[in-house]
Design a protein around this ligand. Structure first.
Ligand SMILES: Nc1ncnc2c1ncn2[C@@H]1O[C@H](COP(=O)(O)OP(=O)(O)OP(=O)(O)O)[C@@H](O)[C@H]1O
Ligand SMILES: [Mg+2]
Length: 328
């Protein structure tokens, strides 16, 4: 089966062509450098950049895969959740290509995409922790297509905690990779940040209090030199609190469900310290995406699309962008 995957939910334009599970071509145009000056993603600019990049990427992917659009068996496009303008570019382009080439089109929930990024080789049931810029949640995958939300964040997502924490520290966007880099030469025990909801007994996360704790700590420094002198330790301690919160809730979810396979995906799953801490865990096995598939990409959209198509066929021929789509 030849599948074209298209992902434009936020600031990455992703295109991938798969033959069954084999990736023939995988392209990603990141917009980070255009948004970095503003400290976050500007929705209008994201949509315009997708518009510039998407069709050229589709053309390159087809020619690198040595196929024509009409040979495709399926187009899978992310239809939500995400930024409205950004999603619309992907969905409208996919609808047009589907019409022109006479190829079936399937709309995919971005979160189902993230699940598929992290679960290669896993057989359900398993737990899926999606930990990204917009989401932090644990889902029970009873089967593909049969998902139950076990719990999620009450406020900020973990990726948002990295991004907002970095902003407080005067670091670049996106904050996750910046904090990770500086944390490598810092002491994670130098500052005692709270691990939110650690012992609450609920599969729930909260990161806004942690962010405030960082802000208060930064305000205590008398000068920017003092902040700089403590920067690596701050990053290491802040990152450690986020990691501890994530791992505590995975342990709890494993205990509550009796499911011992866990997949982790989304941008924060690229964090080296988190990956190392997870590998040290006993009591459950973990499955992590390779680094390039942690953040948004179209391979995950194509895999989710293929799986859904083989399960259900086309259930809704009119694919519509939905920025607040939640139920997978
Ligand atoms: N090495 C890292 N360590 C920690 N966080 C990271 C790392 N790399 C990326 N991130 C974080 O991952 C997030 C981006 O991930 P992703 O692209 O999956 O999210 P998104 O698509 O913006 O959100 P969502 O998938 O929820 O809609 C950012 O918040 C970024 O700071
Ligand atoms: Mg994402």
């Amino acid at each position: 089966m030849l599948i074209l995957g298209i992902e434009t939910s936020c600031d990455d334009t992703g295109v991938a062509i798969l033959r069954d599970n084999e990736v023939l071509c995988e392209l990603l145009s990141s917009q980070i450098k255009f948004h970095a000056d503003y400290g976050g993603v500007i929705p209008e600019m994201a949509a315009r950049k997708h518009l510039e990049n998407l069709l050229p990427l589709v053309n390159i992917a087809l020619s690198e895969s040595k196929i024509s659009g009409r040979e495709l068996d399926l187009i899978a496009v992310t239809r939500g959740p995400g930024l409205m303008g950004a999603l619309m570019v992907g969905v409208q382009t996919a609808r047009a290509l589907s019409q022109v080439w006479g190829v079936p089109l399937i709309g995919i929930n971005h979160l189902e995409g993230h699940i598929f990024a992290g679960c290669e080789g896993l057989k359900p049931p398993f737990l899926s922790l999606i930990v990204s810029g917009g989401h932090t949640e644990i889902i029970t995958v009873r089967d593909f297509g049969d998902y139950e939300l076990l719990g999620q964040t009450r406020d900020d997502a973990a990726g948002e905690a990295f991004d907002k924490g970095a902003k407080i520290l005067g670091l670049k966007y996106p904050g996750g990779p910046e904090i990770e880099k500086l944390a490598r030469s810092g002491n994670s025990k130098a500052f005692n940040f709270p691990v939110p909801l650690k012992n609450s007994g609920l599969v729930e996360f909260s990161f806004s209090g942690l962010k405030t704790a960082l802000l208060w700590q930064v305000k205590k420094f008398a000068s920017s030199e003092e902040l700089q002198a403590n920067m690596n330790d701050l990053c290491a301690s802040y990152q450690a609190a986020i990691i501890e919160a994530l791992i505590a809730k995975i342990r709890l979810a494993v205990k509550l469900t009796g499911i011992h396979q866990v997949s982790i995906s989304g941008g924060v799953s690229a964090n080296g310290a988190l990956r190392e801490a997870l590998r040290r865990e006993k009591g459950f096995t973990i499955s992590l995406p390779e680094l390039k598939r942690c953040t948004d990409n179209a391979v995950m959209t194509a895999l989710a699309g293929q799986n859904r198509y083989l399960r259900e066929g086309i259930t809704n021929s009119e694919v519509i962008a939905d920025p607040s789509l939640h139920e997978i």
